[in-house]
Design a protein around this ligand. Structure first.
Ligand code: NAG
Length: 284
């Protein structure tokens, strides 16, 4: 679970940081802040090493939901021709803030099973959710690795949610090796569906968060990552990044698969024993 002592670092780049312990404050800052050790212990990096010299490298994120499962987006687990990528090819990295330079905290594993939502569509992007079972269980009682509780309630607009990740902060930016946190308050659905924003693509089982302004926000490499929202004494996994990679551009806020609409489906996947063969067409 996200530590309830979530500290929001109000730092612009490397300028002196100010510690803010009131999690109800929406940080009005430009740019992300470097995450603290153990601040988001359920956040993992998921990547598929290149299978051919010129093949694209899949780089995504996921969220630990129990000892051996993570949630991610469906688009993170299929290749360009919509075939399920072999689970064994995935590299799942937990416990480390810097994904380039491993620390002793790093826990790496791969996947044994991947279950994609049967209703997943690519255009428009809907039901973008997948459950990945790891080959090795995550360590229990670890300071920087833990599972996230999931939100099951309707949340108010403006709630100061947070996104954690390694994506670039600008269109041209290279992937940031150190995990950042980005404030992502919940946006009014109508604003998000406006003609100059997401044009009605944000349906009920999705949630929009971030900013309509040109501030650094989610970008390449963040897909599948979790939107975490404050709950009583913790932060809960509320969304899975599906589209809206603004990379600092105005009017492209992040759109997330809203996990509370998929509770039943998620729980059903956790006990499945059948395997979806690699190569299975997951969407048309
Ligand atoms: C996607 O995977 C399928 C089945 O494994 C394979 O035949 C196809 O060539 C792959 N497509 C790309 C673009 O890599």
């Amino acid at each position: 679970m996200l530590r309830n002592t979530l500290v929001v670092l109000l730092a612009v780049f490397t300028v002196t940081a100010k510690c803010e312990l009131d999690t109800n404050i929406v940080p009005s800052m430009v740019g992300g802040s470097v995450s603290l050790e153990g601040q988001a212990p359920s956040v993992v990096s998921i990547r598929v090493p290149r299978q051919a010299p010129n093949a694209p490298e899949t780089f995504c994120q996921g969220t630990i939901i129990n000892l051996n499962h993570i949630l991610t987006s469906c688009q993170c687990v299929h290749n360009e021709t919509n075939n399920l990528i072999n689970p064994a090819w995935f590299r799942i990295i937990a416990g480390d803030l810097n994904i380039v330079v491993p620390s002793y905290r790093r826990f790496s594993t791969t996947a044994s099973h991947i279950y994609t939502h049967p209703g997943y569509t690519i255009s428009p992007r809907t039901n973008d959710i997948a459950v990945m079972r790891t080959t090795t269980s995550f360590p229990a009682g670890h300071n920087t690795i833990d599972w996230a509780p999931r939100n099951t309630h309707v949340l108010r607009n403006g709630l100061p949610c947070v996104f954690f990740g390694w994506g670039a902060a600008t269109v041209t930016g290279v992937l940031n090796p150190v995990q950042q946190s980005i404030p992502a308050p919940i946006l009014e659905r109508n604003d998000c569906n406006a003609a100059n924003v997401h044009r009605g693509l944000v349906i009920d089982n999705m949630i929009c968060a971030g900013s309509l302004a040109a501030t650094p926000n989610v970008c390449t490499g963040n897909l599948g990552g979790g939107l975490f929202c404050p709950a009583r004494n913790t932060f809960e996994l509320t969304g899975i990044l599906s589209f809206g990679l603004g990379c600092g551009t105005a009017n492209i806020p992040g759109v997330y698969t809203q996990v509370r609409f998929f509770e039943q489906w998620i729980n059903q996947q956790l006990t499945r024993t059948d395997a979806t063969p690699a190569g299975t067409l997951v969407a048309s």
